[in-house]
Design a protein around this ligand. Structure first.
Ligand SMILES: *[C@@H]1O[C@H](CO)[C@@H](O)[C@H](O)[C@H]1NC(C)=O
Ligand SMILES: *[C@@H]1O[C@H](CO)[C@@H](O)[C@H](O)[C@H]1NC(C)=O
Ligand SMILES: *[C@@H]1O[C@H](CO)[C@@H](O)[C@H](O)[C@H]1NC(C)=O
Ligand SMILES: *[C@@H]1O[C@H](CO)[C@@H](O)[C@H](O)[C@H]1NC(C)=O
Length: 280
C-alpha cells in the first residue's frame, strides 16, 4: 500500500502546517507552564503554551518563560519567516528534542525517547547488520524506550501502534495506524497475535500489514511487488524481440527487392516486345 503511505505522509505534512493544530501562542519572554505540555491526540504533535519559535523553559518555580528554540530538526522549520535566523541543526551524535530546547547526546538502549524518534537512540554495536529502512541505524523507539531492532525468529517482540487522525477536508476523518516493532527487519516481523518474531512472507502469501511481506507491500491481504518495482525482462524475451525486429526488417527488404526485380523484368519484356515489333 505504497500510495496510501505517500498519502499518509502528505497528510501529515499538510497537518503540521495547518493552523488548527498550531502550538501555543505565547511569544518569547511570555509566561508558560509545562503543565500544559501535551501531545495532540489526533496528530501526535507535542504542544506547549509557547509559539512555534519558542519552548517553555522552567528554572526553579513551576512557571516558565517562553525562550527561543535552541535547535531545529527540519531543514525548513515551521513558523519562521524567510530571512529570519533559525536555530541550528544538531551535529552528529546529538539530537534535537521535539521542543527544540537544545541538542542532547543520543540515548542509550532502555532510555526514554520521544514518539517515533528512532534517531534519538544510540546505535547498536552491530548497527550495520540491524539497519534497515524501518529503523534508524538498527535502533528504534518503541513505547517511548530506545531499543535495538534485534529480535529474531521465535523471540518475543514489542509491537507499538500509533493512530494518526486527520480531520480531512469537510468533516471526513482519515485515520491511519502505524505499527512498529523490534524484530530484525526485513527478515522478520512481529506477529500481532503471538507477539513473536516470524519470518517475513513471500510473494502471494496472505498478510495484514506491509511489514509481514518480504516485498514490504501488502495489498488486498496478499503480499505483492510494490508498484515501483522495475519490470524485469528475461534474456529469452530480449533475444526473441531482437529476432522479431531483424526478421521484420529482412522481410521488408526482401519484399522491396522482389518488387523491384519484377518491375525491371516487366519493363525489359516491354522493351523486347517493342524492338520485336520494330524489326518486323
Ligand atoms: C504561575 O502561573 C499561574 C497561571 O498561569 C498563575 O496563577 C501563578 O500565579 C503563577 N505563579 C508564579 C509563581 O508566577
Ligand atoms: C549509522 O552509523 C554510522 C556509523 O556511526 C554513520 O556513519 C552513519 O551515518 C549512520 N547512519 C545514519 C543514517 O545516520
Ligand atoms: C538485543 O539487544 C538487547 C539490548 O542490548 C539485548 O539485551 C538483547 O540480548 C539483544 N537480543 C538479541 C537477540 O541479540
Ligand atoms: C494498539 O495498542 C493498544 C495498546 O497499546 C491496544 O489496546 C490496541 O488493541 C492496539 N491496536 C491494534 C489495532 O492492535
Amino acid at each position: 500500500m505504497v500510495w496510501s503511505r505517500a498519502l499518509f505522509w502528505s497528510l501529515q505534512l499538510f497537518l503540521v502546517s495547518l493552523p488548527l493544530v498550531q502550538s501555543g501562542s505565547v511569544p518569547a519572554g511570555g509566561a508558560c507552564s509545562t503543565d500544559n505540555n501535551h501531545v495532540e491526540s489526533s496528530t501526535k504533535k507535542s504542544l506547549t503554551d509557547c509559539d512555534d519559535k519558542t519552548f517553555c523553559l522552567v528554572s526553579g518555580s513551576t512557571n516558565g518563560t517562553c525562550t527561543p528554540k535552541k535547535c531545529r530538526r527540519d531543514e525548513f522549520p515551521f513558523g519562521y519567516n524567510p530571512g529570519e535566523t533559525i536555530p541550528p541543526i544538531c551535529s552528529q551524535g546529538t539530537f534535537c528534542p521535539d521542543d527544540g530546547s537544545g541538542c542532547q547526546p543520543l540515548i542509550d538502549v532502555g532510555g526514554t525517547c520521544e514518539l517515533s524518534r528512532d534517531e534519538q537512540c544510540k546505535q547498536p554495536p552491530n548497527w550495520d547488520k540491524l539497519s534497515s529502512h524501518l529503523n534508524f541505524n538498527g535502533s528504534i523507539c518503541l513505547h517511548s524506550r530506545c531499543m535495538y531492532a534485534n529480535a529474531t525468529i521465535g523471540q518475543r517482540c514489542l509491537l507499538d501502534n500509533t493512530t494518526y487522525v486527520d480531520p480531512g477536508p469537510g468533516d471526513q476523518q482519515v485515520s491511519r495506524t502505524v505499527f512498529r516493532d523490534n524484530c530484525r527487519t526485513p527478515s522478520f516481523f512481529c506477529d500481532q497475535t503471538y507477539l513473536q518474531c516470524l519470518p517475513t512472507k513471500p510473494l502471494g502469501a496472505s498478510c495484514l500489514r506491509d511489514q509481514e511481506c518480504q516485498t514490504y507491500n501488502c495489498e488486498n491481504s496478499v503480499c505483492v511487488y510494490p508498484p515501483e518495482t522495475p519490470l524485469h525482462v528475461s534474456p529469452w524475451q530480449t533475444v526473441l524481440t531482437i529476432i522479431c525486429i531483424i526478421s521484420a526488417m529482412a522481410a521488408t527488404c526482401i519484399t522491396l527487392v522482389l518488387v523491384h526485380q519484377r518491375q525491371r523484368l516487366e519493363r525489359r519484356r516491354e522493351l523486347r516486345e517493342y524492338y520485336h515489333e520494330q524489326s518486323r
